[in-house]
Design a protein around this ligand. Structure first.
Ligand SMILES: *[C@@H]1O[C@H](CO)[C@@H](O)[C@H](O)[C@H]1NC(C)=O
Length: 495
């Protein structure tokens, strides 16, 4: 589609082979779009919509054991029955106020970066039962200078804090394959650019990036799924804090969203958790490997190419098997079995409030959205809170300085702290409304998609990207069939 298949095919833009660390890159396609989140909403419906990848054994109460028992995986290595999920991305059309799901390009990549502590040869594999969340769904601001100060300063206040590292672990990489000179480094930009900027500059979409913490305190996963882990000094590498001495696999998510499909249409992009800023992007992981196998792979799959094909331990399944693998239907809770992930309503699925600034309240899981659901609660951004320090770079300041245009429903400015209360009035108790979001017209006629990715290498302390292009034909099929399968699955109930 568009200009994606052009000139860059198999072109290496940057390559620094020296100092590269070993890693592998796990390609996964969507196994389901659903309001399921066993880490934060165990045994119930989650507040917002997720794009889920991995084992078919995923459910609202899945752990490592249940994932390992799943019949298949939507990732390409059959031994990987893990679960990887993030909120989905939506576009809200300002003329109609309706939300549409933004399509993923090529599924998701889960990088396993092998970065041992200084002086030790190997990383420690995620243990059986290991779970973690990276990012904070309530965050709506990046609280530090933009762009980042040089990493040589990350050992002093405030950059030596976990709070900085957590906020800096998000990336929104503006992609334009027609303009190699504009290639951005991973984790360069920590906020989602606004619609005008995306239209003008990100012609190949936006790659959402998320670095997970890799330093473990050695204790079992706590209820918050976070406090057992910490970032090393440079977020994705460096030294672990003393209380978190065990270096695990460094997990890094990349998902490309086809934001440019909405170029020229007025509206805003909103992450499924009601976040138009990007700062509340987050991701979840449940370990679904045999622990000893993952340790062996972490010791031995050290080819610098990052290709799963270069690890002799991995069994790689045909792409068709990955795309055919869905979350088992019996694992989808009845109240959301017919909920449409593709959008079409004037609220996000689950109706989380859209909050533009500050720190949002914890969400409450609402009933499946329907056309009669209440309008979204939105707090319009105050112009004065958009300071120049929040801009990705001076060249884009005039674009991103603009307050996002509030959707038509956002007529009242509501204190974000009230949002949970508002939302809780819509919560389903025992019998949620059976109303289902009507199926929207499918606007996506996807033609040839090229699958772009990055290699992730380091030169000293600088992370350097290698942009490259994978097999066009094969992964095109992946993206398409994943999407079709998905729409079919969710439309079945209403057709
Ligand atoms: C690290 O990996 C190497 C290569 O597989 C292996 O020989 C060695 O035993 C491992 N060391 C530890 C401590 O696991």
């Amino acid at each position: 589609m568009r200009s994606s298949t052009l000139a860059l095919k198999a072109t290496t833009l940057l390559l620094f082979a020296a100092y590269a660390n070993a890693f592998w890159r796990m390609p996964c396609v969507v196994s389901g779009l659903a309001r399921i989140d066993p880490l934060k909403y165990y045994g119930t419906i989650s507040e917002h919509m997720h794009a889920i990848h991995g084992s078919s054994g995923f459910s609202d109460s899945a752990g490592t054991t249940e994932l390992l028992a799943g019949e298949c995986t939507s990732c390409q290595v059959t031994q990987d029955k893990s679960a990887y999920w993030t909120p989905a991305l939506y576009f809200q059309n300002s003329a109609t106020s309706e939300f549409s799901l933004v399509n993923q390009v090529g599924g998701m990549l889960a990088y396993y970066l092998l970065r041992p502590n200084a002086g030790s040869p190997n990383v420690t594999a995620f243990p059986h039962g290991f779970e973690m969340i990276a990012g904070d769904t309530n965050q709506r601001e990046f609280n530090y200078p933009v762009p980042d100060v040089d990493k040589s300063n990350w050992n002093v206040e405030p950059y030596n804090t976990q709070e900085f590292k957590r906020q800096a672990a998000l990336g929104f990489n503006c992609l334009d394959y027609t303009n190699p000179a504009a290639t951005e480094g991973s984790l360069y930009r920590h906020s989602l650019p606004d619609k005008a900027y995306l239209d003008a500059h990100c012609k190949s979409g936006v790659r959402f990036e998320l670095m997970f913490p890799s330093c473990w305190n050695g204790k079992s996963t706590p209820d918050d799924k976070k406090s057992h882990m910490a970032y090393p000094s440079l977020v994705g590498e460096g030294d672990c804090p003393p209380d978190f001495p065990i270096r695990l696999n460094t997990l890094f998510f990349e998902t490309i969203w086809d934001t440019h499909a909405f170029a020229g249409t007025d509206g805003q992009f909103v992450i499924a958790n009601g976040d138009p800023t990007g700062n509340g992007y987050h991701g979840d992981f449940i370990m679904g490997w045999d622990e000893q196998f993952l340790q062996d792979a972490s010791n031995q799959c050290t080819d610098l190419s990052g290709k799963i094909e270069d690890c002799p331990l991995f069994t790689i399944q045909p792409l068709g098997d990955s795309t055919a693998c869905n979350i088992a239907e019996s694992n989808i809770p009845a109240p959301i079995a017919k909920e449409l992930a593709v959008g079409g309503a004037t609220t996000l699925p689950g109706n989380p409030p859209i909050v533009y600034t500050g720190y949002a309240s914890d969400g409450v899981a609402a009933a499946p959205s329907s056309s009669s659901a209440p309008a979204p609660v939105s707090s319009a951004p105050a112009a004065s809170t958009s300071t120049s320090s929040e801009q990705p770079s001076s060249s884009v300041a005039s674009d991103t300085q603009q307050a996002p245009s509030a959707p038509s429903a956002a007529t009242s400015s509501v204190d974000p702290s009230q949002s949970a209360t508002e939302a809780s009035s819509t919560i389903a108790t025992t019998s949620p409304s059976p109303a289902v979001t009507p199926a929207p017209a499918m606007q996506s006629s996807v033609s040839t998609q090229t699958y772009f990715s990055t290699e992730y290498q380091t030169k000293g302390q600088d992370v350097v990207e290698v942009l490259w292009v994978e097999d066009v034909v094969t992964v095109t099929a992946t993206a398409l069939s994943a999407r079709k399968r998905h729409l079919h699955k969710h439309r079945r109930g209403v057709l």
